[in-house]
Write a protein that binds this ligand. Structure first.
Ligand SMILES: [Zn+2]
Length: 600
């Protein structure tokens, strides 16, 4: 058993999340975490909402609320959506907690002391009419990279590149339209070139990453420049240095604070668990966490933050770049074991876009369909290693042909037949098992090593395919053995044996599918007469901020209970539950209905 950190990308709290988002970071990380727990590892799965930065400030201004109020609204929406999907976070928190502020400031100070954060004079904007600092978000102009005419001072929403206001073509104040004046101002920069060599050495030791992620990360190292980590902005974490701490107009840049959330959330989880040092088992590069592993899950637009920036912060804080230094009070910290990045999900051939309404939000999806139907689609047909298109026709087909007609039907007909003829798990005929019986049982048992290995290597599409092969084999077995024909009293022992074998294989297949389909796995467990928790679920708890800030909702859960990753022999005579369908067959008319909604 080892300690495994599942570090899941932080959704930005400026709106509800759509199914493209959760197919990148949400479902794959949960499948992995659930499997690793079932296999006996000590998993810590953390994330939260990312709540600082310009977009939230801008949207709050537009809505006439404070940034905190806006973040509160979408933090709650996102917590409820992730809960609805059954994502088993040990802690899903947020970046506006006092604990997070303290950890961000500790990392900033540690890197500053070691010389990896340096002040630099740059050009900042002021309003010529008032003489006051003009924050980045209040400057608009043409993007120097793609030519988009409404790029903001810190970022172009069209091409996604980070910008500096002074680089905008024809910059204008969004307050009064005047042309800003650029004057010298001081900001802090992360000295990435001083960390390039240690990052290169580390990347050279990374085996088994998806090749595109590794290649992309190596290329980034070729052109590392110092990167600004503070901005002219009021909404964010204050700079923890003398003379800066109380300045209302300078804040730590949102990407710098958000990426530290993995660590701060682990510390918050430990503090809430009653053992404030427990986070070290996943993080300390010396001692408790030395042999732990950490896996980071995200969409491909976030690779740079996880394979370069975050390891750079950890190395700088630990004192391991070309300037050396001493670790801060948290000690030397582990770099990621693996950065697991997904590609993009598109929708009906187009890019997801909230503004153009090419979107389906998680909440709306879950109002009309079951969580496991979406989880199945994402695992079987999601953007694991290629951009992938979500179409309603394909969703319908996979739900009806694979989940309902394949897996659901196997469960339903086997449990119904056994319940009707035996009222319980039937016994095996003393005459013994046939070759066909033995072969099917062996196929199911072999699935544990095959499927487990694939999930452990982030090949989830192949993994669920292997689990569904067991289902297909069992369906073929039932058709060949045709237990429904064995109606004579003399044939009943053989009928019992066939159904016993079928139910045993259903139990095994159900365990293999549990990381992917936890809601229906619990139902199948109960149909087979099982009691207790098979697939533990997250809960939403309203908690107090540990350091006196406002209360907020978290996602958490007790995942120490539930099935293990192994075959469990069914006991003959165990009563079966009253059969009922596990999955809902969808009417083909949903395709046209959903396409009409998109076109509205
Ligand atoms: Zn652009």
């Amino acid at each position: 058993m080892s300690h495994v950190l599942a570090a899941v990308a932080w959704p930005y709290a400026n709106g509800p999340r759509h199914i493209g988002h959760v197919s990148g970071f949400g479902v794959p990380s949960d499948v992995f975490a659930r499997y690793m727990r079932m296999a006996g590892h000590d998993v810590l799965m953390v994330s939260g909402t990312d709540e600082h930065g310009t977009p939230i400030q801008v949207q709050a201004d537009a809505d006439g609320v404070t940034p905190r109020e806006l973040a509160d609204r979408y933090n709650r929406v996102i917590v409820e959506d992730l809960h609805g999907l059954g994502l088993s976070y040990d802690l899903f928190t947020r970046t506006t907690t006092r604990n997070h502020y303290a950890v961000v400031q500790e990392l900033f100070e540690g890197m500053y002391r070691n010389g990896y954060i340096v002040p630099k004079t740059t050009m900042g904007a002021i309003s010529p009419s008032t003489g006051r600092t003009l924050p980045d978000r209040y400057i608009e102009g043409t993007c120097p990279i793609c030519g988009y005419d409404s790029a903001r001072g810190d970022q172009c929403d069209n091409c996604g590149n980070q910008l500096d206001p002074i680089d905008l073509i024809d910059p204008k104040s969004r307050i009064n339209g005047e042309t800003p004046k650029f004057v010298e101002t001081e900001h802090f920069f992360l000295d990435l070139p001083a960390l390039a060599e240690v990052l290169r050495q580390w990347l050279d030791t990374r085996d088994g990453w998806r090749p595109n992620v590794l290649r992309f990360s190596r290329n980034l190292l070729d052109d590392l420049q110092p990167r600004a980590i503070t901005r002219d902005l009021e909404w964010g974490v204050p700079i923890p240095l003398e003379g800066w701490r109380d300045r209302p107009d300078k804040r730590i840049y949102v990407w710098f604070d958000a990426v530290i959330g993995y660590l701060s959330a682990s510390i918050e989880w430990a503090r809430r668990s009653g053992d404030p040092e427990a986070w070290r088992k996943w993080w300390s590069a010396d001692g408790a966490g030395k042999d732990s592993q950490s896996y980071y899950f995200m969409g491909k637009d976030n690779i740079v933050f996880h394979s370069v920036i975050w390891p750079a912060l950890l190395s700088g804080y630990s004192g391991e770049g070309s300037r050396d230094g001493q670790p801060g009070e948290l000690g030397r910290l582990n770099l990621p074991t693996e950065v697991v990045s997904s590609e993009y999900l598109t929708m009906e051939g187009r890019k997801f876009s909230s503004s153009r309404k090419v979107v389906i939000y998680v909440r709306d999806f879950l109002e009309r369909y079951d969580a496991d139907a979406l989880r199945y689609f994402i695992a079987a047909a999601g953007p694991e290693s290629n951009d992938t298109d979500f179409t309603w026709a394909e969703f319908l087909r996979r739900n009806n042909d694979e989940l309902v007609a394949g897996w659901g039907n196997l469960v339903n007909r086997s449990v119904s037949m056994a319940a009707k003829n035996f009222g319980a798990i039937p016994p095996v005929d003393p005459a013994g098992l046939t070759e066909a019986d033995e072969a099917l049982l062996a196929t199911a048992r072999a699935g544990f090593a095959v499927v487990g290995d694939l999930i452990g290597r982030h090949r989830q599409k192949q993994a669920i395919g292997e689990a569904m092969k067991v289902v297909a084999e069992a369906n073929r077995y039932l058709s060949e053995q045709a237990p429904w024909k064995l109606k004579d009293e003399a044939d009943k022992p053989r009928m019992g044996t066939i159904l016993h074998v079928a139910l045993q294989v259903i139990s095994d297949a159900n365990t293999l599918l549990t990381p992917f389909l936890p809601h229906s796995a619990q139902q199948v467990h109960e149909l087979l007469g099982g009691t207790g928790v098979h697939a533990p679920m997250p809960v939403i708890e309203q908690v107090d901020d540990l350091d006196g800030g406002p209360a907020y909702p978290i996602l958490t859960g007790d995942y120490t209970v539930g099935a293990r990753w192994e075959s469990v022999s069914l006991e003959a005579g165990r009563p079966l539950a009253v059969p009922k369908p596990v999955f809902r067959k969808l009417d083909p008319s949903i395709v046209d209905e959903e396409l009409a909604r998109l076109a509205e």
